[in-house]
Write a protein that binds this ligand. Structure first.
Ligand code: ZN
Length: 186
């Protein structure tokens, strides 16, 4: 649960810290605005992925399923600046699949927290393995980090790519090659 009072106090202090006047007209409502925004940006802290991934359908096929280009927005825990991009999810079912929208919901639950891209990638893969029990899962994330484009090394457009492999994707490199072929050669 977000504590609005604490966030508002902190934002006022922060504004003073950067030399601003929190009482001036343009800023007077900013602490409250940020506190309300935090409900959405960090709403994943209170959300539970099991409710999305536990509703499965039976299938006979064990062909790889890919859901690609899931847009997400998250926040880097080192700088509290946004990072955003696309998540691609592949899994090899073991008799069970989930509705495709549930994969996007799962990404959202983990993205709406303070995150590291590597950790976000791994948490999605672990949740798929835990709640859907597929033969294997692969999660690939491509993202642009505002902490790299607005500040520091300032490389606009540069993307960070992370991959997490679980189950058969760890033991069978051919599966990963098929994933990349199906993704259209990246
Ligand atoms: Zn950062």
């Amino acid at each position: 649960m977000t504590d609005h009072k604490k966030i508002e106090e902190a934002v006022r202090l922060f504004l003073e810290g950067i030399g601003e006047d929190p009482e001036r007209e343009g800023l007077i409502d900013t602490p409250g605005r940020i506190a309300r925004m935090c409900e959405e940006l960090y709403g994943g802290m209170d959300a539970d992925v099991s409710e999305h991934l536990s509703r499965t359908f039976s299938v006979d096929s064990s062909e790889m399923v890919i859901e690609r280009d899931i847009t997400f927005y998250s926040t880097c825990e080192h700088h509290i600046l946004p990072f955003f991009g696309k998540a691609h999810i592949a899994y090899v079912p073991d008799g069970k699949v989930v509705g495709l929208s549930k994969l996007a919901r799962t990404v959202e639950v983990f993205a709406r927290r303070l995150q590291l891209q590597e950790q976000l990638t791994g948490q999605i893969a672990d949740a798929l393995m835990e709640f859907m029990q597929p033969k294997g899962a692969l999660v690939m994330i491509e993202a642009e980090h505002m902490c790299m484009t607005m500040r520091g090394i300032k490389k606009p457009g540069s993307r960070t790519v992370t991959i997490a492999r679980r189950g058969v994707f760890e033991s069978d490199p051919e599966l990963e090659e098929r994933f990349f072929r199906m993704m259209g050669g990246r």
